[in-house]
Design a protein. Structure first.
Length: 212
């Protein structure tokens, strides 16, 4: 039983894992829980059809241990950027659990990295804002997301951040579906660091077949 298993069973403090160990275990969970297939396939957010679908919320919302592992890997990748980071955020709702978990892990390790999320549609009431949380001019932020396909969700997160004068210093996603999103972001001047690729996960083991 791992330290994370012990924590789940007894409520004890989660021991720190190495980023590589966390990535390996997270990969197993993603393949087992979030990589789905069915005969009729799926229509993706991009409008394209695919025989596979990554439902990462089955990992990041339904499995607290997996979310902890994801935050370990994400924070390590953020640190690897080698620059100061004032906040992490992304487009609601795929990024939401990743933002909160990464921010909390940073706090546990003695650092303050606040979170924010970007609404898909700007509020029409109250403060009428597109960004929830504090993002101001001059801040350096990292955009997180669970899956990148064509890059549309990441771009929707970046645009309002840049409009307020903040600087996006990195983009980190859990899964790159390898359908042009990374190249599209590169054309806009944003390098995407993907923890996993579609090819790696498909080759990594059995795929869970969705049932009715």
């Amino acid at each position: 039983m791992t330290a994370l298993d012990n924590a789940a069973a007894g409520g004890v403090h989660l021991a720190r894992t190495t980023p590589m160990d966390a990535r390996d275990e997270l990969k197993q969970i993603v393949v087992r829980k979030s990589l789905l297939t069915r005969p009729e396939g799926y229509t993706l957010a991009s409008g394209q059809w695919s025989p596979y679908y990554f439902d990462l919320k089955l990992t990041t919302l339904s499995d607290p241990r997996a979310l902890r592992l994801a935050s370990e890997v994400l924070l390590a990748r953020i640190d690897a950027l080698g620059t100061s980071v004032d906040a992490v955020g992304g487009l609601t709702s795929g990024a939401d659990p990743l933002i909160i978990a990464t921010s909390l892990l940073a706090l546990e390790r003695g650092r303050t990295i606040p979170g924010f999320f970007v609404r898909a549609t700007q509020k029409a009431h109250g403060r009428e804002q597109a960004i929830e949380g504090s993002v101001t001019a001059g801040m350096s932020v990292v955009i997180l997301d669970d899956v990148i396909t064509k890059g549309t969700s990441v771009i929707k997160a970046i645009e309002p951040v840049e409009r307020v004068g903040a600087r996006v210093v990195g983009v980190v996603v859990l899964v790159d579906r390898e359908e042009g999103g990374v190249a599209r972001l590169a054309e806009l001047g944003h390098a995407v660091d993907a923890i996993f690729t579609h090819s790696e996960l498909i080759a990594g083991g059995a795929v869970a077949r969705e049932t009715a």
